[in-house]
Design a protein around this ligand. Structure first.
Ligand SMILES: Cc1cc2nc3c(=O)[nH]c(=O)nc-3n(C[C@H](O)[C@H](O)[C@H](O)COP(=O)(O)O)c2cc1C
Length: 182
């Protein structure tokens, strides 16, 4: 099982004149190398609300610059995950494909929409295979285990029909055995 390590990449106190020393992203970069050597697989880059004087620069993907700095330093020694206001599919995809990060983590987006993976896949024009047990009744699934009425639906969506029950269009024993075989 991969070992994840969640880190508060900065205390957000560099700009606070009253504080002379605080945890910064450069400290995180140094620690990341040590963690990789100690066997951590994934560094989950975040930042916490841990000082009353801090002023996080919140906005879309606001913690990504920290994660990118870590990734550039550690390369393939460690997978780097980023979190925080990643609120659309294209932003998430760019962080992976252009910035070289390994994992996108989303919190509140999933609270608003538990089907976020499917929504983002649609936004990016990608197909996500549903689990077989439910894909059977999804018209856009790749494979349909079909009853008579659904056959047309599946075929018209370009899916391959792997089994059909013609009569009666209900849970016949043949249908059940095909279902269980899959
Ligand atoms: C009010 C609040 C406080 C949070 N405090 C922390 C924290 O102390 N440490 C931390 O790593 N993440 C903290 N988070 C980040 C969450 O754990 C979670 O990773 C984040 O909400 C995910 O980003 P998203 O919800 O914008 O997708 C906090 C989030 C919120 C909304």
């Amino acid at each position: 099982m991969p070992l994840f390590f969640r880190i508060s990449a900065t205390d957000w106190l560099e700009e606070v004149s009253e504080i002379s020393e605080s945890w910064t992203v450069d400290d995180t970069v140094k620690l990341a190398g040590i963690l990789a050597d100690k066997g951590v697989d994934v560094l989950d880059v975040s930042s916490g609300g841990n000082h009353p004087l801090q002023h996080p620069h919140a906005g879309p993907a606001y913690q990504a610059p920290f994660a990118i700095k870590v990734k550039k330093a550690v390369g393939d020694k460690l997978a780097v995950s980023v979190v925080g206001m990643i609120d659309n599919a294209h932003l998430a995809n760019d962080l992976l494909e252009k910035d070289g990060l390994d994992i996108i983590t989303v919190g509140r987006g999933f609270q608003k929409n538990p089907g976020l993976v499917f929504a983002w896949a649609d936004e990016l024009g990608q197909h996500v295979q549903m689990p077989n047990q439910v894909s059977n009744i999804m018209p856009n699934s790749k494979i349909c285990l079909s009853e008579t009425l659904l056959t047309y639906h599946c075929r018209s969506a370009g899916a391959s029909v792997v089994a059909e029950v013609r009569s009666p269009p209900s849970r016949s024993s043949r249908f059940r055995s095909s279902w269980n075989d899959r």
